[in-house]
Write a new protein. Structure first.
Length: 133
């Protein structure tokens, strides 16, 4: 998907994949792919950004206690551009992309957020509990 977007736009896309293998049921993998595609499409169309970074990693959800159970790991997917940014409250109701991403995240049982980093741009964060299948 990154190669497709690089070919169609003038942006540079960076993939920081720190997960060697991630096995998701097909329905979940499809929802994640659609969220990533929508976030990347929004960056290309609206952000006027020269760069987009997609990062995938595992994140511990709590401190490790040697006597207690292992903390749950979460999959953390971050899509961040260095464009002009936006205020989600200013998005017209006729633009359905953000709502669809939120709905897809709910279907995954994932947390979803859109933030504006201090240095500018837009950051989309998707995280869900890791379940090895």
């Amino acid at each position: 998907m990154i190669e497709e977007f690089e070919t169609r736009s003038g942006m540079v896309f960076e993939l920081d994949n720190r997960i060697q293998s991630l096995h998701l049921p097909d329905a979940q993998a499809l929802q994640v792919m659609f969220i990533v595609r929508e976030a990347m499409t929004n960056s290309v169309r609206h952000a006027r950004a020269p760069h987009l970074r997609l990062q995938l990693l595992y994140q511990s959800s709590g401190p490790h206690q040697s006597s207690g159970p292992q903390p749950a790991e979460r999959v953390l997917l971050t899509i961040e551009d260095n464009g002009c940014g936006f205020d989600p409250a200013d998005v017209a109701p006729a633009h359905f992309g953000l709502g669809i991403m939120q709905d897809r995240a709910r279907q995954l049982g994932a947390d979803f957020a859109i933030t504006q980093p201090r240095h500018g741009g837009t950051r989309v964060i998707l995280s869900w509990e890791r379940h090895d299948t």
